[in-house]
Design a protein around this ligand. Sequence first.
Ligand code: F6P
Length: 336
Amino acid sequence: MSKRKTFAVVNGGGDAPGLNAAIRGVARSAINAHGMRVLGIHNGFDGLIWPEGAKELTEESVSGILPRGGTILGTTNRGNPFAYRTQEDGKDVVRDYSNLCLENARRLGIDAFVVIGGDGTQHIARDFARKGMHIVAVPKTIDNDLSATDVTFGFDTAILIATEAIDRLHTTAESHHRVMLIEVMGRDAGWIALHAGIAGGAHIILIPEIPFSFQAVSEAIRQREIRGCHYSLIVVAEGAKLPATDPGGKPIPPCGPGTVANTIAFTLREMLHKEIRVTVLGHVRRGGSPTPFDRVTATRRGVHAVDLVARGEFNRMVCLRGMHIESVPLEKAWKP
Ligand code: F6P
């Protein structure tokens, strides 16, 4: 009798709402539609370096997880098995554990991997594919910054939460005649800021892709004042590129996620002499229950990934094009 086909599902990088829906879609489809065995690898690719936590996913173990945020598999956005940072004898060292991962996969009887992750995780998946691992990738990131897919799951939930926050800030900003800045995630891509900003009726949106000047921002606020609008909402992506100096030539201090909006506010306060308040949304948009859209697209992607595994179509990434779930070669998942 031939051995039951076994594949593993692994997720890596920051969590995103919809991850559990995708894992459930993978497990249910593998078990019910294809009679395959699925192992869940814990804590990203770390779980292949230390494979003791790998567990078979069953109907029961994925039951009830559809509306849950986070991931039942645990995750990390630190470990890259090809260049794993660790400490030995008190010294920082970088180790290549990729062969150990391949060996552990063989020992677990894994024929293929469904890898759910964003930019960083899919680069690792591609490197494993180049070493012969059979990969089907499923894109996931709230940042929506994978070019081969129209939208990644987690994004819809993230912009819903950000839009709700902007709506709430809108009313208090208007009542107090204040400028309000709201900082949202998006290290390299401004999709969350752009979509939530437009949906929430923000007056100014600052994203990494478009450099801005303090003069232009303060002028836009002054123009609103002249028109009788004594409040303004500014949505800032955490990766927004700040000018090197303020208009007086004073250097802008280095800042990053969590401090970008506050740094901008500091200079605007000096320029506008208005009350300014800052809200940093941070990880609030990554936690909690996914929207119906994220649940459905995550499920569809999980099911499609298993179909590819069953047909032996490896080293492809599942993507959403319009309303259709398709796939592209893993090597084409990013723009060069
Ligand atoms: O990549 C997704 C993301 O949400 C980025 O927008 C953000 O900079 C990063 O994760 C934050 O990661 P961490 O969980 O390590 O703070």
